[in-house]
Design a protein around this ligand. Structure first.
Ligand code: ARG
Length: 283
């Protein structure tokens, strides 16, 4: 088993356990575990983005196994965003199948093979109480509290449900060649309204907790397997980046007619504030 299929198998196992039935996003991951099937132009997979520059997303972190015999690159299985120096926002499906002592937060560089990458222990995980309610991937978010502060620049939360026209998404997930890059990639993705997204995905789409982005007509730009949990950012009225979404799911990656689906941060900022306040008083 190569590194990629091992990681996909673990995520798949977690999802399968959580969901019972097969989920759209995970059948996509399974398909791409076989390079003979993925990687070609028919499935352009961060899909058609570019390498992130050092410091471009100073809140971007990786979730990876706490396995010191493997490298951070080999351990990585999801993305996340630092919302404080000691708390990371990620997807619920990234952490609901693993114990806090079995994974770590990797931070310090966009390059997972850089010597600047540090692994930090997880102290606590809070999975959204309404995760999978009312649909399979509804409220797909979780907060991870670290054992100690890390050297990141936390990103502010988008508190406004009025969507911006376009976003950036970043992570170490599959690229258009069906490979996991060592340096994070990013791509710009246009907003897709709830109406067309709901028509594309039917009953799986929960407008209250999800936000869609991608090129609905042409496909070609998207997040993909391994990007889950990572940041979808918008610009606030001053042009400063704010966190609008968390990479969650989609039908395959970058297909025309099927945008990427993100947990909609503005719909759970109050809950995040309450949890952060709780952890603050505990600390
Ligand atoms: N569920 C995937 C993960 O665990 C993310 C899939 C995102 N898919 C998409 N088409 N945007 O990494």
């Amino acid at each position: 088993m190569d590194r990629n299929s091992k990681r996909l198998a673990r995520i798949g196992a977690g999802l399968a356990a959580a969901l019972g039935a097969s989920a759209i996003a995970w059948s996509a991951a399974g398909a791409h575990a076989d390079p003979a099937d993925g990687g070609q132009a028919a499935h352009p997979f961060i899909i058609n983005g570019q390498q992130a520059a050092e410091g471009q997303y100073p809140w971007l972190v990786a979730l990876g196994y706490a396995n010191e015999t493997a490298t951070p690159y080999e351990n990585q299985f999801c993305g996340g965003s630092a919302v404080t120096e000691q708390v990371v926002l990620t997807a619920a499906h990234c952490v609901d199948w693993i114990e806090p002592d079995e994974f770590a937060i990797y931070s310090g560089s966009v390059d997972l093979e850089s010597g600047d990458i540090a692994a930090t222990e997880v102290a606590d995980v809070h999975v959204a109480e309404d995760y999978q309610d009312p649909t399979t991937f509804a409220n797909d978010w979780a907060l991870v509290r670290l054992a100690e502060p890390i050297d990141v620049e936390p990103i502010g939360l988008d508190r406004d449900t009025a969507e911006s026209e376009s976003f950036e998404v970043a992570g170490w997930g599959l690229d258009e060649n069906g490979r996991y890059p060592t340096v994070a990639h990013w791509v710009e993705v246009p907003y897709v309204a709830d109406g067309p997204c709901g028509r594309a995905y039917g009953g799986g789409f929960d407008a209250d907790s999800m936000l869609c982005a991608g090129d609905l007509d042409n496909g070609g730009v998207d997040s993909c397997s391994g990007d889950s949990g990572g940041p979808l950012t918008a610009a606030d009225e001053n042009g400063e980046p704010i966190l609008a979404g968390v990479v969650s799911w989609g039908n395959d990656c970058a297909l025309a007619g099927y945008p990427g689906v993100y947990s909609e941060v503005a719909s759970f900022t109050d809950t995040i504030d309450a949890i952060l306040a709780d952890w603050e008083t505990e600390a």
